[in-house]
Write a protein that binds this ligand. Structure first.
Ligand code: ZN
Length: 186
């Protein structure tokens, strides 16, 4: 796959008017192919292997919030980056997910071609599936290079998306607690 992806990058260089033989670009197709494969390595992962059994029993039924998870993804419309933060919260019912695993679930879905709304939803349902939580809340705030570098060139717009499941959807108190814990006052 990396060979043919590199060939395609070679064609892209020609297509944008470059000379792929010039010194600075000689290894670019291979490098770009490798980078793109890394940025899309979420396709080769699944929830089970990412979580890898890192679930721990707990009596705690208070909200768990993992905030400010760095997020790097590629938009599926332009294949340009969108960059921001994810905040993930859930109400455990007997088991909690290892802290680093929450970030790895975010990465697994972020390292695919995405739109922010679907990414938010996929993370929420994955956390729900793994933890059997009484509720899950996910908020993503991100800046999209396809808006900032081209098109409308809006450099400061931030897109915020959220998905609330279970208690987070049904109980305004729970939702408000989550939003205030991530610094977004409802
Ligand atoms: Zn885009």
């Amino acid at each position: 796959m990396s060979h043919s992806l590199a060939e395609h990058y070679h064609e892209i260089l020609v297509g944008v008017g470059e000379n792929p033989q010039r010194e600075g670009l000689r290894d670019t197709p291979q490098r770009a192919a490798k980078a793109m494969q890394y940025l899309c390595n979420g396709y080769g992962q699944n929830l089970e292997e990412v979580v890898n059994g890192a679930l721990f029993e707990t009596q705690n039924d208070e909200m768990i919030v993992v905030r400010d998870i760095e997020l790097y993804s590629l938009c599926e419309h332009h294949m340009l980056p969108f960059i921001g933060k994810a905040h993930v919260a859930y109400l455990p019912t007997g088991r909690v997910l290892g802290l680093s695993k929450v970030a790895r679930v975010v990465d697994m879905f972020a390292r695919r071609l995405q739109i922010q709304e679907n990414l938010t939803r996929q993370i929420a349902y994955a956390v729900q599936e793994v933890t059997h939580a009484a509720g899950v809340g996910v908020v993503i705030e991100a800046k999209h290079m396809c808006m900032m570098m081209r098109g409308v060139e809006k450099q400061n717009s931030l897109m915020i998306s959220s998905v609330m499941l279970g208690e987070f959807r049904e109980s305004p108190t729970t939702r408000h607690e989550f939003l205030s814990l991530i610094g977004r006052h409802p």
